[in-house]
Design a protein around this ligand. Structure first.
Ligand code: SAM
Length: 236
């Protein structure tokens, strides 16, 4: 178990460094599947006219922009701990004209009133937050009653062959390729470790329930490498 403060500093160091190559590495390391995963989340959102969506740990803005492109054209707020990650997000927002507001902030202390958002999303961010249950309790607080939380996250797949291949990819290829492009192999080794340590879907759904969310369910993408976990703020 890592020390929490040190883990947060490490996350800040890593994401400050990888900004220039972050999007490129996402595409290369996921064989472009990451674009499809974010589009899947956006299309899964149940939104009505005038909806507001919060994207926590928005990074360079790819999920926030995919959500802003939803048929209901919601107003999206993207929040990230590392201001440097928001630079590319701002550029993309300007060139696309998307209804997207960006701000720096901590997902465990959201600067919004209770019951503000119709949906909250977070992609590949929850595993970087040491106090996951506290963070999801905050997301629950800012959701309107009946609103949904969508968590897109990696998990080491359970099928024997895919798991063996994937663990090898995480332990060797990801740090090597990440290091080659970013010059920072240690950061990619750390990111690989956080994936290997992330709880399997049933345990993660229990964490959602511990955060006060109801009806947790999960959907596997790309043979269980990535998952979308969905749950709801109770109506009362
Ligand atoms: C792997 S990136 C994901 C970015 C983006 N959501 C995507 O799909 O590409 C993880 C992001 O989580 C952010 N992050 C880590 N801890 C956070 C926290 N406590 N609050 C808000 N953002 C956080 C990092 O700064 C980083 O931008």
């Amino acid at each position: 178990m890592r020390d929490e403060a040190e883990q947060i500093r490490q996350v800040q160091r890593i994401f400050n460094r990888v900004v220039p190559v972050y999007d490129l590495l996402n595409r290369v390391l996921s064989l472009h599947e990451d674009v499809r995963w974010r589009r899947f989340v956006s299309r899964s959102l149940r939104l009505g006219p005038g909806a507001k969506v919060l994207d926590v740990a928005c990074g360079t803005g790819d999920l926030a922009l995919a959500v802003a492109a939803h048929a209901q054209k919601p107003l999206v707020v993207g929040l990230d701990l590392v201001p440097a990650m928001l630079g590319p997000a701002q550029k993309k927002q300007r060139s696309s004209g998307a209804r997207l507001a960006l701000l720096a902030g901590d997902g465990t202390r959201l600067p919004f009133a209770d019951a503000t958002f119709d949906a909250v999303t977070i992609a590949f961010g929850i595993r970087n937050i040491p106090r996951r249950v506290a963070a999801m309790a905050e997301m629950n607080r800012v959701l309107k009653p009946g609103g949904r939380l969508y968590v897109l996250e990696f998990t080491a797949p359970q099928g024997r062959l895919v798991r063996a291949l994937y663990l090898r990819y995480l332990a060797r290829l990801l740090p090597w390729l990440g290091g080659l492009v970013s010059g920072d192999q240690a950061s990619y080794r750390y990111l690989a470790e956080t994936i290997m340590e992330f709880p399997p879907p049933p345990a993660f759904r229990q964490e959602m329930a511990d955060a006060g969310l109801i009806a947790p369910r999960s959907h596997a993408l790309t043979r269980g490498i990535a998952w979308v976990h969905v749950s709801e703020r109770p109506l009362a």
